[in-house]
Design a protein around this ligand. Structure first.
Ligand SMILES: Cc1cc2nc3c(=O)[nH]c(=O)nc-3n(C[C@H](O)[C@H](O)[C@H](O)COP(=O)(O)OP(=O)(O)OC[C@H]3O[C@@H](n4cnc5c(N)ncnc54)[C@H](O)[C@@H]3O)c2cc1C
Length: 430
C-alpha cells in the first residue's frame, strides 16, 4: 500500500523519509522543478543562493537528527557558533545578546547583557523568563500584552523583544502569540548553551536537506515525481482513494499526506473539509554583492529603527556577499527593487561606514507567503495531522506544534505525521 505525499518541502520530505525508513512504500509528488519549497536554492548571476536567508539554532534538534539519519554531515553542513548578536539601534547603545565570555552559560549571556544594556535590562529579562511557566498555563495573550504585564522597559521592548519576536515569529509584537515566543525563549536561551548556538549553513539550503532527503527516499525504494501538481484529492464512500494531477492523471492511494503550504492545502481541501486557513506574512531578502574582501564584524548583526532588520555575512559561500532580511510587512513592500537595494545599502553604510554606500550588485527576493502569521488566533486554530477523512493526513510548518513557522517545526510535524499514520495502519491491522 503506497502512501502519496503531496509536496516536497522540508515537511513532506521529512514525512517521506520517516515512512521509507520504516519500510513503507511512498510516492512523493512536487509541483516545482526542485524540492525544498520555501527553503530552496535560487541562482543569481551564476551563484547559488537561498530563496531567503535562513537561520537555524542548536535547539533545532529534530532537524539535526533527521539530517544525520539521511547521511548529512552536520558538522560540515553548519558553522556552529555561540550566540553572538549585536543589536544596533539609533537611540541606544548596541545591545549584546551573546554567550561569548570566559564565564559559563548562562552567566556569559547575563554578563554581556549587563555590560551592554545595564542592570535594569538584565533584571527585566529574568522577570520575563520566570514568568514563562505562569504564561503557559493561562489563556494566550499577545507578546506586547505580556511585555507590558511584566513591566519590560521601553528600551528592551524596542531593541530586544520586538526584533526577536519579528525574527522568530515573523509577526509584530502587538499581534504575536506570547506563548509561542515564550516557548522559543525557553527552548533556546533558557536551556544549556548548545541550544542557543547559531547554526550558519555552509551550503545553499537545497543542498543542505532537500537533495539529500530525496536521494535517501529514492535509495529506500520511494518514488519521486517533480513538476507534478495535484489538482484535487478523491474520496470514495468518505474515504481517500487517490488524487488527480493537473494533467488529469489519477494516482491511486488509500493514504495521502498533504504537505503543501496552507493556501494550497486550503485549495485542495475546499470540497472535502473545513480548513482554518491562517493569514500569512512575507519575508524580503536583499542580497548585496560587495568587493570580495568585505566582511562583517560578526556573522549576524541586528538592526532596529531601520527598514533592514538583520544583516548576514554570506562570505563563507560567496566572498563579499551580504544578505539583508526584512521580516513581515512594511513600507519596503511597495518600493521598487532598485529603490529598496539603494535604501538598504545606505543603511548598511550608516551602520558600518567602511562599507561603500552602494553595493556592486543587489538582488531582491520577496517571499509573499513566507510563513503563517503567528498570531494568538492563528496559533490557537492550527489543525492537527489527523483529519476526520479516513486516509487523509496533513503536515507542514503550520500544523499544530509549539513552535512558529520554522524548518524545525516543518520537520517535526512531517516526522510526527508519518509516525501517526504508521501506528494507525498497524493498529487497524490488528
Ligand atoms: C524568506 C524566508 C525566510 C525564512 N527564514 C526562516 C528561518 O530563518 N528559520 C526557519 O527555521 N524558518 C524560516 N523560514 C520558514 C521555513 O522556510 C518554512 O517554515 C518551511 O520551509 C516550510 O516547509 P513546509 O514543507 O511546511 O512547506 P513548503 O516549503 O511550502 O512546502 C510545500 C511544497 O508543496 C509544493 N506544492 C504546493 N502545492 C502543490 C500541489 N498542488 N501539488 C504538488 N506539490 C505542491 C510546493 O511547491 C512546496 O515545495 C523562512 C521562510 C522564508 C520563505
Amino acid at each position: 500500500m503506497t502512501t502519496l505525499v503531496i509536496g516536497g518541502g522540508w515537511s513532506g520530505l521529512a514525512a517521506a523519509v520517516t515512512l521509507v525508513q520504516q519500510g513503507h512504500a511512498v510516492h512523493l509528488v512536487e509541483s516545482a522543478k526542485q524540492f525544498g519549497g520555501r527553503a530552496r536554492n535560487v541562482t543569481w548571476q551564476g551563484k547559488m543562493v537561498d530563496n531567503g536567508q535562513h537561520i537555524m539554532i542548536g535547539a533545532y534538534t529534530q532537524m539535526l537528527a533527521m539530517m544525520q539519519l539521511i547521511g548529512v554531515d552536520t558538522a560540515q553542513a553548519f558553522q556552529r557558533l555561540p550566540i553572538d548578536l549585536a543589536i544596533h539601534h539609533p537611540n541606544y547603545s548596541t545591545l549584546q545578546l551573546s554567550g561569548k565570555s570566559r564565564l559559563p552559560w548562562p552567566w556569559s549571556l547575563a554578563w554581556n547583557l549587563l555590560k551592554s544594556a545595564g542592570l535594569n535590562s538584565l533584571k527585566s529579562l529574568v522577570v520575563l523568563q520566570k514568568d514563562i511557566p505562569r504564561l503557559l498555563v493561562n489563556k494566550d495573550i499577545t507578546v506586547l500584552e505580556w511585555l507590558l504585564d511584566a513591566n519590560q522597559p521601553q528600551r528592551l521592548i524596542e531593541q530586544l523583544w520586538q526584533p526577536l519576536c519579528l525574527a522568530t515569529l515573523n509577526t509584530q509584537v502587538d499581534k504575536a502569540s506570547a506563548q509561542v515566543l515564550a516557548i522559543v525563549l525557553r527552548d533556546s536561551l533558557g536551556k544549556d548553551e548548545p541550544t542557543a548556538d547559531l547554526l550558519i549553513p555552509t551550503q545553499p539550503l537545497g543542498s543542505l536537506f532537500p537533495q539529500a532527503a530525496a536521494e535517501y527516499i529514492r535509495q529506500h525504494g520511494g518514488k519521486l515525481s517533480r513538476q507534478t501538481r495535484i489538482a484535487d484529492i478523491v474520496t470514495e464512500e468518505g474515504q481517500i482513494s487517490g488524487a488527480i494531477t493537473t494533467s488529469g492523471q489519477f494516482i491511486d492511494s488509500e493514504n495521502i499526506i498533504i504537505a503543501t503550504g496552507p493556501d494550497q492545502t486550503a485549495q485542495l481541501l475546499t470540497a472535502h473539509l473545513k480548513f482554518p486557513r491562517p493569514s500569512q506574512t512575507p519575508i524580503t531578502t536583499v542580497y548585496l554583492q560587495y568587493p570580495a574582501h568585505y566582511r562583517l564584524p560578526k556573522p549576524l548583526l541586528g538592526m532596529t529603527g531601520t527598514m533592514s532588520h538583520w544583516l548576514f555575512d554570506r562570505s563563507q559561500q560567496h566572498p563579499g556577499m551580504m544578505a539583508v532580511v526584512i521580516s513581515a510587512t512594511g513600507p519596503h513592500d511597495t518600493m521598487s527593487k532598485e529603490a529598496l537595494v539603494q535604501h538598504v545599502c545606505m543603511e548598511v553604510h550608516q551602520l558600518l561606514p567602511d562599507f561603500p554606500d552602494k553595493a556592486d550588485e543587489g538582488f531582491v527576493i520577496r517571499e509573499k507567503r513566507a510563513t503563517f502569521e503567528c498570531t494568538v488566533a492563528n496559533h490557537q486554530n492550527r489543525p492537527a495531522c489527523k483529519t476526520r477523512i479516513p486516509g487523509l493526513w496533513l503536515t507542514g510548518d503550520y500544523i499544530m506544534n509549539a513552535y512558529p513557522a520554522t524548518l524545525e517545526g516543518a520537520i517535526r510535524n512531517g516526522e510526527q505525521c508519518a509516525k501517526l499514520l504508521l501506528s494507525h495502519l498497524t493498529s487497524s491491522k490488528l
